[in-house]
Design a protein around this ligand. Structure first.
Ligand SMILES: Nc1ncnc2c1ncn2[C@@H]1O[C@H](COP(=O)(O)OP(=O)(O)OP(=O)(O)O)[C@@H](O)[C@H]1O
Length: 571
């Protein structure tokens, strides 16, 4: 991936407050850098004046302070200088600590904001996009890549502040001796290119592998925890354990490769530092043809500069490699953010007369048409049954009717008002839906019925009664406060369906849609619940998808779905 592309992506992923925080931290990092450089530079004049008091009168800057603060004795001057310097070093530590604290707040805080943005994006995703995405992948991006991205941001910040340090040190070095500084630059550049070829490209590869195996890792966990019963029964635990071991083994190999490769630049640069130093000394010996006493101060400046410069180079390189290792995190989060949010409107919709489906076409894959020009009307208060073979498109039709899917062609009209992005949310609120595959949350019965922990107790009880479930929880359990376990694990299939029925009734919908909602119930319970549903007060409009014709006995109209077309059957 091109670097400017990466920077663009990072920039677009940051919110306004992130950018502000980043800019403040960047400015702060420059202050810290200057303090750092002063910290390294200030010790030299102190040692030189402490070893030679004459310098107080020889160097204008010593003399300026000596005179301004009215010193009469060099010993006092050096003692005060030493004390001020000690104070400065304490200040340096404090400001450094503050910087790292802010950096931690930045990186952890950014995870918070990225995670919220991602989660919001997941929630706003259309049902169609949601169905097409892998749940393991969504979890991985939210949990792992979000963290990796914040580390990329910290690395970027580190890199930028270290570049500033290097520019300042370079300025000083160029001023002292531009020729040798340019030579050092050339030397470092060559090393940089060698290191890049040797290390960075491999780290980038390791980063790609990291992302791939981390995906496998999450996929296996999701797969096993979601199919635990089947895996137990088929005795395939061992097989999954092996796959898990393989994924984790490869993942840790990528981490090991990265951890060991990232140490290489430090070792390499350290040895290069010593070599550069030897060459500087040899250079001065060569040009003077004598020893380097005269050049000792300038050599010491280079020693100190390299002492500070090499770790900076190492950090820049380390941060750069860290970004390369985690660059897939940015790409993935960026891709997730590209998903179009539904952004549907809430324009009120009035349902007094009926629903009209006009020439509805739908397909999941081009060429595989599921609904092939469906038209029919549902009067308000009508009880409509839909039958058809498995795979004929009943659930798809119902999903279009309730506003979860948008038809490729054709429209739905509610009392002559077209259902579109301006009013879909308002329509969805009028609909109570009981799906084929029920998803329950880890919570109490009441929380699952109301989908909220602030619920109306009376209403919860009323709808549970309608779903023939209240007695069961009140007699044998803790009433509506009974915990049902993750995905309702503590309930039978029929009880899960009845919770879903109570849930659909809770908001007193105008239209009730049942997609094989009673298939897990025995005949007697099914009939009892259907009787209750058919006699619901308020003349609800019912759309019932069922396999058993007996379920549809009380329907006014029955439609038969076949080969993508709909036919009216007389009940
Ligand atoms: N998310 C999807 N992606 C691709 N194809 C899909 C998807 N969902 C359903 N289909 C296909 O669309 C067709 C209609 O499916 P649908 O679930 O609407 O049928 P159905 O009549 O409700 O079936 P059943 O009675 O078995 O529930 C089927 O051929 C199915 O394979």
């Amino acid at each position: 991936m091109k670097k400017n592309n990466l920077i663009k992506k990072i920039y677009s992923l940051m919110g306004e407050s992130d950018k502000r925080f980043f800019a403040i931290l960047f400015l702060f990092s420059i202050v810290v850098s200057i303090v750092e450089i002063l910290g390294v530079a200030a010790i030299m004049p102190f040692i030189s004046v402490a070893t030679d008091f004459d310098l107080i009168h020889e160097k204008w800057y010593f003399y300026f302070f000596y005179k301004t603060f009215g010193f009469s004795n060099p010993v006092n001057f050096v003692i005060v200088f030493g004390l001020v310097l000690s104070g400065f070093y304490i200040f340096r530590s404090v400001i450094n600590y503050l910087y790292f604290h802010l950096l931690a707040r930045f990186s952890k805080g950014r995870y918070y904001s990225i995670a919220i943005k991602l989660f919001q994006k997941y929630l706003d995703r259309s049902y169609r996009d949601y169905i097409a995405s892998s749940k393991a992948e969504l979890t991985k991006v939210l949990v792992s890549e979000g963290q990796n991205m914040t580390q990329v941001l910290s690395s970027l910040l580190f890199m930028m502040s270290e570049i500033i340090i290097i520019i300042i040190i370079y300025g000083v070095l160029l001023w002292l001796d531009w020729k040798i500084t340019l030579l050092i630059t050339l030397f470092l550049l060559i090393n940089f290119i060698i290191l890049f070829k040797l290390v960075s490209l491999k780290i980038k590869e390791a980063g790609k592998a990291r992302e791939k195996y981390e995906r496998d890792f999450f996929k296996i966990i999701h797969g096993v925890l979601g199919n635990f019963k089947i895996i137990k029964l088929s005795n395939s635990g061992e097989k999954y354990l092996n796959r898990f071991q393989q994924a984790i083994d490869r993942l840790s190999k990528s981490h090991i490769l990265y951890d060991s490769l990232r140490e290489l630049p430090r070792l390499y640069l350290e040895s290069m530092g010593f070599i550069i130093l030897i060459f500087i000394i040899l250079y001065y010996i060569y040009i003077t043809k004598s020893d380097i006493t005269k050049y000792l101060p300038i050599v010491s400046v280079f020693v100190l500069a390299l002492y500070r410069l090499l770790p900076s180079f190492h950090r820049i390189f380390g941060s750069y490699n860290h970004i390369l290792y985690n660059y897939r995190a940015i790409e993935q989060i960026y891709d997730e953010m590209l998903y179009k949010s539904e952004n549907y409107g809430d324009k009120p919709i009035i349902f007094k007369k009926g629903i009209q489906l006009k020439d509805i076409y739908f397909w999941y894959r081009p060429g595989k048409i599921v609904l092939n020009g469906i038209s029919f009307n549902i009067r308000k208060g009508e009880k409509v049954g839909i039958i058809g073979e498995s795979g004929s498109g009943k659930s798809t039709l119902v999903d279009i009717l309730i506003g979860l899917y948008r038809p490729m062609k054709g429209s739905i009209y509610i009392d002559d008002i077209k259902l579109d992005e301006n009013n879909i949310r308002s329509w969805r609120r009028k609909v109570g839906y009981i799906p084929q595959k029920i998803e329950l949350m880890d919570g109490t019965v009441a929380e699952n019925v109301a989908l909220d922990d602030a619920y109306d107790e009376k209403k919860v009880k009323e709808v549970l009664k309608q779903a023939s479930l209240l007695d069961f929880f009140e007699k044998e359990h803790e009433g509506i406060e009974t915990p049902i376990g993750e995905d309702g694990i503590k309930l039978s299939g029929g009880q899960r369906q009845r919770i879903a029925i109570a849930r659909a009734l809770y908001h007193d919908p105008e239209v009730l849609v049942l997609d094989e909602a009673t298939s897990a119930l025995d005949m007697e319970t099914e009939q009892e619940i259907m009787r209750e549903i058919y006699s619901l007060k308020g003349g609800k409009t019912l759309v019932i998808v069922a396999h058993r014709l007996s379920t549809l006995e009380a329907c006014d109209t029955i439609y038969h779905l076949k080969n993508g077309k709909i036919y009216r059957d007389e009940p």
